[in-house]
Design a protein around this ligand. Structure first.
Ligand code: NAD
Length: 484
């Protein structure tokens, strides 16, 4: 018996079914649910379902299943055969796109137009892209020196955050499978549902048992997973704090690791920028997914002589944003993912005001229940303010100024992070110079938050190491270099 059935639009017959309880997905089947904990809809705080908490014993079962699949079938399969499975998964994701989009919005709180138009299609695109790579790894030089064939690491432990649950899963699972690894993946505790639906997709695609295992739980489960001695590689996306602790815990074990961590991107606007596009890029850069984006353009650096005019334009644009029901296709800004995240955002904004910043938000009525935060502009921010240095991970834009390109670069790079940056100017030579100077893994010019499976994504400094996407992303999943 299912507890909920959601009909997303009156004219649509498509419905997503949420089971009352979920087990873990190990060795091709779901286990009996145990140690249940709830996952709530952040837009109204109702419990959507209860999922199992995997302890060390369940983690070990997941790793054993992945090992058996690696040694038995997957590690020996030709790239062409592996590619067929990835193509199948990609097509099923497309066929079930509506179901995935609605479930993602229910569990995460993001607007349906984002799940529908960005998260789900981009996840499918990652499987299509990596399906194409599966039989071409050797031609791309993805072999260890002296070896004829590309060699996977073996069992990969993958731990992902809650801001793009399905997309982060696709970024992790697709390259791992394309290169012949098997996977144990742990979704975030507040957004486990699309990963569990993805487990059904694996079954539907006929993926051999144990190639993908999905175990749910909190940080303790993630910790047990990355610590497990039979794990060959760890792929983690999440906060810098947890990334650091993972790096410490696996040091000296021989496990490989890629860490995709936090960010505090500068979005830099020069006085010659195409202002209408810049306003759209700034708004999309920080309010997309309620600002809960690692590469969000959370620091606006604006050339001093256009500061007042640009802030005025931004205010006018912000008054047109529709905040509310994430399932309404006209909604621009949805719910914050959890109460803990809402408290963090509120606390940082209060700290910013206490340090001297001025906060402004458009008038809007927020729903009575759920976790909500109005889109917010913070002006008068200085480089030392916490809102200029710490990741807020919410719909809050800190505005700073600069006079010269050199000053813009110095301020943009004055951060512990280095994940992304944006530059808005009509001058091509300045774009190239800025891109060269900025210590950021991605630099967007006259656009922001563009993602493509063929483009490597990753950070400098405390934003982590390793790349996801493109040929670079595959490197992390095969043995390269001499003597490997
Ligand atoms: P988080 O680090 O709290 O949690 C991420 C995942 O790690 C969750 O699944 C969690 O259960 C698990 N976890 C927690 N403690 C663990 C431990 N000790 N060992 C192993 N796993 C553990 O991060 P979050 O709050 O879920 O996500 C937000 C963060 O993720 C932000 O800092 C954001 O910038 C970052 N992020 C980075 C990227 C990127 O590509 N660089 C993408 C998305 C999000």
């Amino acid at each position: 018996m299912s507890r909920f059935e959601y009909a997303p639009a009156p004219e649509s017959r498509s419905v997503v079914t949420v089971e009352p309880t979920y087990g873990l997905f190990i060795d091709g089947r779901f286990t009996e649910p145990t140690g249940l904990f709830p996952t709530v809809n952040p837009a109204d705080e109702t419990v959507l379902a209860e999922v199992s908490h995997a302890g060390p014993a369940e983690v070990a079962r997941g790793v054993a299943a992945a090992r058996k699949a690696f040694d038995g079938v997957w590690g020996r399969m030709s790239g062409a055969e592996r590619g067929k499975y990835l193509f199948r998964i990609a097509r099923i994701l497309q066929e079930r796109a509506r179901e995935f989009a609605v479930l993602e919005t229910l569990d995460n709180g993001k607007p349906i137009k984002e799940s529908r138009d960005v998260d789900v299609p981009t996840a499918a695109a990652h499987f299509f892209y990596h399906a194409g790579w599966a039989d071409k790894l050797e031609y791309a030089g993805l072999t260890a020196s002296g070896a004829e064939v590309a060699r996977p690491h073996g069992v990969v432990a993958q731990v992902i955050p809650w801001n793009f649950p399905l997309l982060m899963l696709a970024w992790k699972v697709a390259p791992a499978l394309a290169t012949g690894n098997t996977v144990v993946l742990k979704p975030a505790e507040t957004t486990p549902l699309t990963a569990l639906l993805f487990a059904q997709v694996c079954q539907q695609a006929g993926l051999p048992d144990g190639v993908v295992n999905i175990i749910t739980g909190d940080g303790r489960t993630g910790h047990a997973l990355v610590e497990h001695p039979d794990v060959d590689k760890v792929a983690f996306t999440g906060s810098t704090e947890v990334g650091r602790s993972i790096a410490r815990s696996i040091a000296g074990t021989g496990k490989r690791a890629t860490l995709e961590l936090g960010g505090k991107a500068a979005n830099i606007v020069f006085d010659d920028a195409p202002i209408d596009q810049a306003v759209e890029g700034i708004v999309g850069g920080i309010f997309f997914n309620q600002g809960q984006v690692c590469c969000a353009g959370s620091r606006l650096l604006v050339q001093e002589n256009i500061h007042d005019a640009l802030v005025e334009r931004l205010r006018r644009r912000l008054t047109t944003l529709r905040v509310g029901d994430p399932l309404d296709k006209n909604t621009d800004v949805g719910a914050i993912n959890s109460r803990a995240q809402l408290d963090r955002i509120s606390g940082l904004v209060e700290a910013g005001i206490a340090e001297g910043a001025q906060a402004w938000s458009p008038e809007c009525t927020l729903p009575a229940s759920g976790f909500w935060f109005r889109p917010t502009l913070l002006t008068g921010v200085s480089q030392t303010h916490r809102v200029a240095t710490e990741e807020i991970f919410g719909p809050v834009l800190s505005v700073l100024t600069f006079r010269t390109p050199q000053e813009a670069v110095a301020k943009a790079n004055n951060t512990a992070y280095g994940l992304s940056a944006g530059v808005w100017t009509e001058k091509g030579s300045r774009i190239l110079w800025m891109a060269d100077q900025l210590r950021a893994g991605v630099v967007w010019a006259n656009t922001f938050n563009r993602f493509d499976p063929s483009s490597p994504f990753g950070g400098y400094k405390e934003s982590g190491y390793g790349r996801e996407g493109g040929r670079h992303g595959l490197e992390a999943y095969v043995m390269t270099g001499a003597g490997r």
